[in-house]
Design a protein around this ligand. Structure first.
Ligand code: PHE
Length: 336
């Protein structure tokens, strides 16, 4: 039996096969177990002799099984390790890393500048809806019924009373209705106009509105704030120029130019040789607008401004076609 077991164990290739051998000899009905069970039937003088042989054989089988199992596992481990061998000279897999969109980086920079001056940001859909009442987009901003921007040629109407906002200025009114002065807010958001797509126009683009309302707010405060903003965004030597302009919801109104950051004002391709770049519209909030929003123009005054984020990002990064901002071509985005 010993040599038979030894032979079977030497042929076994897996722990499962070893287990079968164990059951065959040492299990409840195993061959050796049967012998041990039959001990009682032997004459008394033979029992110790046979018992000793049987016990030795049992020890032998158990030990052989343990050491055979060990060497099988060791062999399996070596086989696994050789299969898992890593070739450290293989080229690695390159993980593509995401990039921030130039509009996002520019907006974050602008937000930071105004946060630093004590403004807060209004951009929730509840406080700054893109689907807007005609009342907020036009009526409450003092824009007369016959104004060209109210034409269906220029704005996207959903019905007579509802329009996709054509500017972020309606949020001026919503903010003043909700909040008593002092008010200092920045409103970044998407706006919509019925423009044909070309290098400088898109039916969807982005504006950043600013509104300050308090006692004794003057045009000097507007100039100070926008001057500080322009120096932070475009560099410390940047100068601003206020040109008289017209918006129905501000009086007086101005368009604001900054010295060209590319040439410092000497004149170049970026500023079409003028040395100046127009970046925003602004003015003192019209008393009629304050009044319609529930703020007493005899007590309070305010200023507002609005700038095009897309245009500023294009200027900052030297992007010459607005469509690139919306196509999400990775070859373009990856450059920032
Ligand atoms: N809403 C104006 C526009 O879209 C810009 C503006 C905002 C002008 C605030 C004055 C004050 O052209």
């Amino acid at each position: 039996m010993r040599s038979q077991v030894a032979q079977e164990i030497s042929k076994a290739n897996s722990p499962e096969e070893l287990e079968k051998i164990r059951v065959k000899y040492l299990g409840k009905k195993g061959l050796l177990t049967e012998i041990l069970k039959g001990m009682g039937k032997l004459p008394p003088q033979e029992r110790p002799v046979i018992g000793q042989i049987a016990n030795q054989l049992r020890d032998y089988i158990e030990e052989s099984l343990v050491s055979a199992k060990k060497s099988i596992l060791q062999k399996e481990k070596l086989k696994r390790l050789s299969e898992e061998k890593i070739d450290v000279t293989m080229p690695g897999r390159v993980k593509s890393v995401g990039k921030r969109h130039p509009l996002t980086s520019t907006l974050d920079e602008i937000k930071d500048i105004f946060l630093g001056m004590g403004f807060s940001i209004v951009d929730s859909p509840e406080q700054s809806p893109e689907i807007e009442l005609d009342y907020y987009n036009f009526e409450a901003l003092n824009i007369p019924k016959n104004h060209p921007s109210r034409d269906i040629q220029d704005s996207f109407y959903i019905n007579e009373d509802i329009v996709l906002r054509s500017q972020t200025s309606p949020v001026q009114v919503r903010t003043m209705e909700r909040q008593k002065p002092p008010i200092r807010v920045i409103v970044p958001g998407r706006v919509y106009r019925a423009d044909e797509v070309d290098a400088t126009h898109s039916p969807i683009f982005h504006q950043i509105e600013g509104l300050v309302v308090d006692k004794h707010v003057t045009m000097g405060d507007l100039k100070g704030v926008l001057g500080a903003f322009a120096r932070k965004l475009f560099g410390p030597d940047t100068k601003t120029k206020f040109r008289p302009s017209y918006f129905p919801f501000t009086e007086p109104s101005a368009e604001v130019d900054v010295t060209c950051f590319a040439c410092g004002g000497k004149g170049c391709r970026v500023c079409s040789g003028t040395g100046w770049i127009e970046i925003l519209g602004a003015g003192m909030v019209h008393p009629a607008v304050l009044k319609m929003s529930g703020i007493d123009p005899e007590v309070y005054s305010g200023f507002a401004f609005g700038m095009g984020l897309d245009r500023i990002a294009m200027l900052k990064y030297g992007i010459d076609d607005m469509r690139l901002l919306f196509e999400n071509d990775m070859r373009f985005i990856e450059q920032f």
